[in-house]
Design a protein around this ligand. Structure first.
Ligand SMILES: Nc1ncnc2c1ncn2[C@@H]1O[C@H](COP(=O)(O)OP(=O)(O)OP(=O)(O)O)[C@@H](O)[C@H]1O
Ligand SMILES: [Mg+2]
Length: 336
């Protein structure tokens, strides 16, 4: 659907050269939600802007539906852009125009007749569940409602690709959830391929199918979301995953609990299997669950448990070995 081949973008700023994007190659498949995550200044916005040529790459190809669009100009470029919708962190609505006119803007630019626009705008508002706000002004809307207008506007010309540059960063947690749900719904129901930039692993976890991690203008890791969470390779990815799956034991608990304290990560089928009961049957130890949760990413579980093992040191050692064989990762946080 969308291929970026060896894309590089360089800026000159105050006599300094900034290599914002360096040799990035990625392939977004038709119908998927693809995330790009990275810290500030990693080059994410610059990269996503090359997809609709808001930023022209200095080298490389932008191949959309099989055609390299990176050298298009004028009318051809405008036509190509109409099929690539974009939503923004700060919505980019025109404050002096009603919701109706904001959404009509790309339709008018595409030469759609006023009669059709009168039909199309309410249709789009129904997709984003904002039917009653057609003649409101952006200033009268909440952040989440503004983003819904932004999404309706991006969908106006029936694009098959939707780009989102941090579309939920300006929103609170609850509104973020509802906008992500809407995007997942648009992906499912309308079959729109989505390329999404974020700096939040929660966003990736919630709706992306695959994800690339960006640092210093380069993609340092790419994987299916579940794989990335269960087996992160690059130090940056490991840090992002650790932060997002964080489970820390309150200090007072860690100090007063008896025995060895152990952190277990278990994946896939193991998460539902009786890892603990197997261990209890085979070894004479007491297991206390101190902390834990199971998350489902794309319907597959990742379980994290912090337990204490109490008993005879030899039995504890054997039980730990036994557990090691059953789980994806085992870390002894403290020996008792
Ligand atoms: N127009 C520009 N002129 C000069 N340098 C730029 C320009 N746009 C971006 N840069 C630089 O390119 C690098 C990448 O910027 P970019 O905005 O793509 O990062 P980002 O990953 O989107 O960051 P953030 O998470 O803060 O939005 C930064 O070092 C930035 O300062
Ligand atoms: Mg950015």
């Amino acid at each position: 659907m969308l291929k970026l081949n060896n894309i590089s973008v360089t800026f000159q700023s105050h006599g300094q050269v900034v290599h914002a994007v360096q040799h990035v190659t990625l392939h977004v498949k038709r119908g998927e939600i693809y995330g790009i995550i990275g810290s500030s200044g990693a080059g994410k916005s610059t990269l996503i802007r090359t997809v609709n040529l808001l930023e022209r790459p200095e080298s490389g190809e932008v191949i959309v539906r099989g055609t390299d669009i990176s050298h298009l100009n004028g009318l051809e470029l405008r036509k190509a852009r109409q099929k690539i919708g974009m939503i923004f962190q700060h919505f980019n609505l025109i404050g002096s125009k009603t919701v109706h006119d904001n959404i009509a803007l790309p339709l008018r630019a595409a030469g759609v007749s006023e009669d059709e626009i009168r039909v199309r705008v309410p249709e789009l508002l129904s997709v984003v569940e904002l039917t009653d706000k057609e003649f409101a002004y952006p200033g009268q809307l909440s952040g989440g409602q503004k983003q819904r207008v932004g999404i309706a506007r991006a969908l106006a010309n029936n694009p098959d690709i939707l780009l989102g540059d941090e579309p939920t960063s300006a929103l609170d947690l609850e509104t973020t959830e509802s906008i992500l749900k809407l995007l997942a719904d648009i992906n499912q129901r309308l079959g729109v391929t989505i390329l999404l930039i974020t700096h939040e692993m929660q966003v990736v976890k919630k709706i992306c199918h695959r994800v690339a991690v960006m640092q210093g203008g380069e993609i340092v890791e790419e994987n299916e979301v579940y794989e990335l969470f269960s087996n992160p390779q690059h130090p940056l990815t490991q840090e992002l995953v650790a932060k997002s799956l964080d489970l820390t034991l309150p200090k007072r608990v860690a100090e007063t609990v008896q025995g060895d304290i152990i952190r277990l990560v278990y994946l896939g089928d193991n998460a539902e299997r009786g890892v603990l009961s197997d261990t209890l049957r085979a070894h004479r130890v007491q297991i206390n669950i101190l902390h834990g949760h199971i998350e489902y990413i794309n319907d597959k579980p990742i379980g994290i448990l912090i337990i204490s093992l109490v008993g005879d040191p030899v039995q504890i050692e054997n039980a730990t070995e036994h557990l090691k064989g059953q789980v994806a990762k085992l870390e002894v946080i403290r020996h008792g």
